[in-house]
Ligand binder design. Structure first.
Ligand code: SF4
Ligand code: SF4
Length: 353
């Protein structure tokens, strides 16, 4: 039996900078929809530092959306999203994992993607650009994949679709899957080498972050530049002729594109080409998650739905004609709400002349 002093001895290796000030509670989506301390950043920190592992502590740690909003506001420099992934890894190695995450991991290992889809394999040829759609655009939200191809064709881009293997983004965020990420890295690296491509364009902010940032840290460069499709289209906007509409449109910043990778202006500039932008209340580095991130949609659907509902309530207060995002996964989650929603690429491809 542990004595009290011993029981409360903090694990010194996690969240060392946290002063427990609690400022982060005000912005955390899961705290905002539950008002329970253990679903707040500070609560997660205290529980993972102080207490023995059990199912409740596990739920606290695995309901974090890895949205990064707390990190954005923390004045002590706590790298929350990096740390929570380390905590998750430790929990998993101690036998505390989310069953749904483990099932997802096994499916990706077996099929090369989380949706049991048949991988799209295009024969290698010399090209300038690889289009990496990401699993959600390719297998689930196919309109985004088709719309992107339409715009790339319009711009006469010499490209090949590279979609042999999942990049491993979700698996990494939940503390699993460095082996999946390595396979994704090797697959992309091989495609770059065999095609001579100098640029990878992706539809998915999760893939974008993983390929551009995580791979670099874990395995090295893939050998080509990486752009999100909104950055690529913005760079080529002078070659695109759009029909202007009188729609009012709000833009939901995806966490992985915005806070994680600091892409805020390009999607907005593209929207201004075709419609009138009506900003939401929480935007850019203060954007509120759609509820789909960090493996929460797969592991704790009720949390995912509550956070999505809170974001949709904000959209209704602003009342645009249409809500746009720039992420297949945000689109997938937000369209469960009762507002009109599209991915930005879907709207642009409808309006290109
Ligand atoms: S993570 Fe940062 S903002 Fe949150 S309680 Fe700790 S020090 Fe305060
Ligand atoms: S990353 Fe997002 S969901 Fe997770 S604790 Fe921080 S603010 Fe909350």
């Amino acid at each position: 039996m542990l004595g009290r002093a011993e029981y409360y001895e903090p694990r010194k290796d996690f969240f060392v900078n946290c002063t427990k000030c609690g400022i982060c509670l005000t912005v955390c989506p899961t705290y905002n929809v539950t008002y329970w301390e253990h679903y707040s950043p500070r609560g997660r920190i205290v529980l993972s530092q102080l207490f023995e592992l059990d199912e409740e502590v596990k739920k606290s740690v695995f309901t974090c959306l890895t949205c990064g909003y707390c990190e954005n506001i923390c004045s002590s420099g706590v790298k929350f999203t990096e740390e929570i992934e380390r905590v998750r890894k430790q929990f998993i190695s101690s036998g505390y994992f989310v069953k749904k995450h483990m099932e997802l991991y096994e499916v990706i290992k077996g099929y090369g993607n989380p949706y049991r889809g048949v991988p799209l394999i295009e024969e290698y040829r010399e090209v300038e650009t690889l289009y990496y759609p990401g699993c959600t655009a390719l297998y689930k939200e196919r309109e985004i994949f088709e719309a992107t191809k339409k715009l790339l064709d319009y711009l006469k881009v010499d490209y090949l679709v590279e979609a042999k293997h999942c990049c491993g983004s979700t698996a990494l965020r939940v503390g699993l899957g460095e082996d999946i990420a390595r396979k994704g890295f090797e697959s992309i690296r091989e495609a770059v080498e065999k095609t001579g491509a100098s640029l990878i364009v992706t539809s998915c902010p999760g893939c974008y972050r993983t390929i551009k940032k995580d791979y670099k840290k874990m395995f090295g460069s893939v050998g080509a530049d990486v752009m999100h499709i909104t950055e690529f289209l913005f760079e080529n906007v002078h070659k695109l002729d759009f029909k202007k509409t009188d729609l009012t449109v709000s833009y939901h910043d995806p966490c992985h594109l915005g806070r994680h990778m600091k892409v805020y202006e390009e999607p907005r500039a593209l929207i201004e080409e075709v419609a009138k932008l009506k900003e939401l209340e929480r935007i850019k580095n203060e954007s509120f998650c759609c509820g789909g991130g960090g493996g929460v949609r797969a592991g704790y659907k009720d949390f995912s739905m509550m956070v999505m509902g809170e974001r949709i309530r904000e959209v209704k207060r602003v009342d645009p004609d249409l809500l746009l995002s720039a992420c297949p996964f945000c689109y997938r989650n937000l369209k469960r709400g009762d507002v009109a929603v599209k991915d930005i690429i879907m709207l642009l491809s409808e309006l290109v002349r």
